[in-house]
Design a protein around this ligand. Structure first.
Ligand SMILES: [Zn+2]
Ligand SMILES: [Zn+2]
Length: 885
């Protein structure tokens, strides 16, 4: 092996940029359209084109990259399909805000010019998140990068729309929708966020038409009375039995409206009589349908009272409330006002209060689609993991309402429906029609509305693969193998992909869905701007390197548990990178005369540590494979970490030093070199999917044959490495060394001080172990003499340890000054006692517990445990010393 070496420290920034470019140059991310290999495919949850990489993206894409790299190394034709979402409302808002800086609205520009501006914006800034994903190390097949508004994907959108329409699964109807007066569009039920607000409940009297008294209704929104078309009571409410069918006069408006009976009215709420405003409340809208009530729209799209509002026309909804309350009061109609807190719906995008409004909208008749999507999960064609999410999925599917897919914005897929100016025919077509098939006229006007963004993302798993064309990619990669996404878009996205995939492809879009938790801060709180606890992924990558950051995310991802992220954790895994780096430097130093084409290494030349580390590697490989196959990401990470840090670095590298330094014979040295090289290579491969950059950097130096670790073969278990005897023997030897080291620590004996140790090995097996392991024990525990006896007699002035059936006596005569040591320990003990008392007092103080933050209390509790542990160690040492003189 030619002389090779690594720099003193790993320079992540420089290395990451270099290796990412190397992978791109070698086209390692590319998946074959068709191949003899088994296929593995993932479609990326397309980030918004306006997006900036946040912790959620970082987690999500790290997990996808781990699985893609892992399968690729296992020999799969692995596709990770990347792309972005046009994000209708979000993107339109961004560009509108830009225009607003120049005092221009989108209406000033007009539709066509505005859309041009959005495309310009997209070309300029739309790639930001893609480059951020590259910083993270994502191995997407960038040749295939898709955008939901691409020509091909847009074609898929039209195709699905037209099919659904022709089968009667898309319809247009008047419907009450959640209207955002600021964004000027309907938004779906899922996009409404509810917030509890302090409001009031006003009691208003509506006089009977015949002049004999009146009926009292209660409302939180008095301004909506302008649109009232009935008053409703419960048919079982004895107070109103003789009032049903009577007429009342709507105050201020003077409209005559009926008193109707409907069993949905609650007898307990307010007076038991409620005003019915079908245009402003979804429940009232449903009641109007049952009773064929008139629907009077009273507001325009800005939330301003329209011509149906009489003298209030032109007033904003909040302004109108005040005017109406004043006029009701003056007219003697207002009977009372009580404080009342209730949930108010807000636009998820801009936080404006939602105004329910009746307007013509397009809908997907969802029940038939939901039925198939439910059945597919019941039959196990798609697995949802963790399994607890399955029931949530079923519940939602069973209670699903028709999906309102029209949005009154400009940026998006314009609905492919044209209205004929000649005969009024509605034309629905995948290609823009030039004349009306009904009358031959050419005065055609396309529907103004665009589709909900989630309509195109629902098609993502097949539209990105070329559907409706029957492409090779589609044949190869659909259904995809796995989807990894946050649980928060199970309904927005996952459920809709299920429905659309089954509809268009007649097959599920993915075999497995893995839903991960939210990334929270270390106290378990949600990260938010207002809390100031946001951790920026790019800042972490700059500071600690992408590998340490990725490893942290993976190590924290346990199924069904929140992810508590902190900078300290990332810093901790940066040490792991350093550890690996230094282990490689050590390896390289000891391989300088090693040649892989050298003489054959016989199994007999392998030392016990060689056999042991190969056995441990084998077990780790099997556990890591099992963990990744079952998406137990944290288990995979911790398996690799434990092996590399503790078994390989802490033990093996120390144990084989004598062989490597040539203290044995040349054959044994070569065997150690070979084992070391092979174990290092396997470790790097196992680690590569989680830490791609540093493993590549090390691989290129250590292996140095011009191959990339990215396309090397993931380790498999080797029957020949299975060696439980070595494992048992090495285990006992390590236990013995640990036991001596512990005594050294407890008795405050310097590591450089050589010790005399007597080991009593009562049986054949333990005797054999100490004989084989004697030199390892002597080296690693730093002994000057090791004596083995068969009997278990107590040695005087010795500290005792136990390992299996063996007893270990560390002789302290002349090593420890018993009196001085006892004094030191007693002093130390007094200090610890004082600390312990202080912390206990603090933790028992109710005042402190009530006032301190959770973080502070947890810190105190941790301190308490540490001091308590120290206390018991000191007590054991003192106890030991009491017996000596
Ligand atoms: Zn809004
Ligand atoms: Zn026509």
């Amino acid at each position: 092996m030619a002389e090779k070496s690594l720099g003193k420290a790993y320079e992540s920034q420089e290395s990451e940029a270099r290796w990412y470019q190397y992978w791109l140059d070698h086209d390692f991310f590319r998946a074959e359209d068709s191949s003899g290999k088994p296929q593995f495919s993932i479609v990326i949850p397309p980030p918004n084109v306006t997006g900036m990489l946040h912790m959620g993206h970082a987690l999500n894409n790290t997990l996808q990259d781990v699985m893609t790299r892992y399968r690729r190394m296992q020999g799969y034709n692995a596709l990770w399909m990347p792309g972005t979402d046009h994000a209708g409302i979000a993107t339109q808002n961004v560009v509108e805000q830009e225009l607003a800086k120049d005092g221009v609205t989108r209406h000033d520009l007009g539709r066509e010019k505005f859309i041009e501006r959005v495309w310009e914006w997209k070309e300029k800034y739309g790639g930001v998140i893609i480059n951020q994903l590259k910083r993270l190390g994502c191995s997407c097949d960038w040749h295939r990068e898709a955008f939901t508004m691409d020509e091909k994907l847009s074609r898929a959108v039209r195709e699905v729309f037209v099919r659904l329409y022709n089968e009667g699964l898309i319809y247009r109807g008047d419907y009450i929708v959640n209207w955002c007066p600021r964004c000027h569009t309907a938004i779906s039920d899922l996009e409404v966020e509810y917030e509890e607000k302090e409001g009031a409940l006003w009691e208003i009297r509506y006089p009977y038409e015949d002049g004999n008294g009146g009926i009292v209704v209660a409302t939180t929104r008095p301004e909506t009375m302008l649109g009232d078309t009935a008053v409703a009571v419960n048919p079982d409410d004895k107070r109103y039995t003789d009032k049903i069918g009577k007429k009342v006069v709507l105050p201020l408006v003077n409209r005559i409206i009926p008193v109707i009976a409907d069993s949905h009215v609650s007898i307990e709420f307010g007076s038991g009589a409620v005003k019915i405003t079908p245009s402003s409340d979804p429940n009232d809208f449903a009641m109007a349908e049952r009773h064929h009530l008139e629907i009077v729209n009273i507001m325009d799209g800005n939330g301003v009272i329209n011509e149906n509002g009489g003298i209030y026309q032109g007033q904003d909804r909040y302004e109108a409330r005040q005017s109406i309350l004043r006029d009701l009061e003056n007219g003697g109609y207002l009977l009372g006002k009580k404080p009342y807190s209730h949930n108010v719906g807000q636009c998820y995008r801009c936080k404006t209060d939602i105004e329910p409004m009746v307007s013509p909208q397009w809908f997907v008749k969802i029940k038939p689609l939901a039925k198939a999507a439910t059945a597919a999960v019941i039959k196990g064609e798609t697995r949802i993991l963790p399994a607890m999410w399955e029931s949530t999925y079923f519940e939602w599917m069973n209670n699903i309402r028709d999906w309102c897919i029209s949005r009154q914005i400009w940026w998006g897929h314009r609905i492919p429906v044209w209205y004929c100016g000649g005969c009024g025919k509605e034309i629905v077509s995948t290609i823009d029609p030039v004349e009306c098939p009904g009358c031959g006229g050419s005065s055609l006007k396309q529907e103004e509305d665009v589709l909900d963004t989630w309509f195109s993302s629902a098609l993502w798993p097949f539209s990105t693969l070329g559907w409706p064309e029957k492409t090779e990619s589609l044949k190869t990669f659909y259904p995809t193998s796995l989807l990894i996404t946050g649980f928060d878009i199970l309904f927005f996205w996952v459920a809709r992909m299920m429905m659309m995939g089954l509809y268009a492809m007649n097959d599920v879009p993915f075999k497995d869905v893995y839903l991960h938790a939210l990334v929270r801060d270390e106290m378990g709180d949600k990260m938010s701007k207002s809390r100031g606890n946001i951790i920026d992924p790019l800042e972490m990558i700059d500071k600690f390197g992408a590998d340490a950051f990725r490893f942290t995310l993976v190590a924290l991802t346990a199924q069904g548990r929140d992810i508590r992220m902190s900078e300290e954790r990332i810093a901790g895994y940066k040490h792991f990178v350093n550890k690996l780096w230094n282990a490689t430097r050590f390896t390289l130093m000891n391989l300088d005369d090693y040649s892989s084409s050298g003489a054959h290494v016989s199994k007999d030349d392998e030392s016990l540590p060689d056999r042991w580390i190969k056995h441990r590697l084998n077990i780790t490989v099997s556990e890591v494979i099992k963990s990744l196959d079952e998406y137990r990401f944290n288990d995979a990470a911790s398996g690799i970490y434990q092996f590399i840090w503790h078994e390989l670095c802490d033990w093996y590298l120390e144990l084989v030093k004598p062989e490597l330094y040539g203290k044995g014979n040349p054959e044994k040295r070569r065997a150690a070199q070979l084992t070391l090289l092979n174990v290092m290579m396997s470790s790097l491969k196992m680690l590569h999917p989680i830490m791609p950059f540093v493993t590549e950097e090390i691989w290129q130096t250590l292996v140095g044959d011009g191959t990339s670790i990215m396309v090397s073969e993931f380790p498999t278990t080797q029957d020949t490495s299975h060696d439980p005897v070595a494992d048992r023997q090495m285990g006992a030897i390590m236990e013995t060394i640990t036991s001596i080291r512990n005594i050294r620590g407890e008795m405050n004996i310097a590591p450089s001080k050589k010790l005399k140790v007597v080991i009593s090995a009562p049986d054949e097996e333990s005797r054999a172990i100490v004989e084989i392991g004697g030199s390892y024990i002597t080296n690693l525990a730093n002994l000057e003499a090791l004596t083995i006896t068969g009997n278990g007699e107590e040695s005087k002035n010795a500290a005792t340890g136990v390992a299996g059936s063996m007893r270990i006596y560390v002789l302290l005569e002349g090593v420890v000054d018993f009196a001085a040591e006892r004094k030191r320990l007693e002093k130390e003990m007094a200090r610890v006692d004082k600390d312990l008392a202080a912390i206990s007092k603090k933790l028992a103080n109710q005042d402190f517990l009530a006032k301190a933050s959770r973080a502070v209390v947890e810190k105190e509790e941790k301190k308490f445990r540490e001091v308590r542990d120290k206390h018991s160690v000191l007590a054991a040492a003192l106890n030991r010393l009491q017996k000596m003189d």
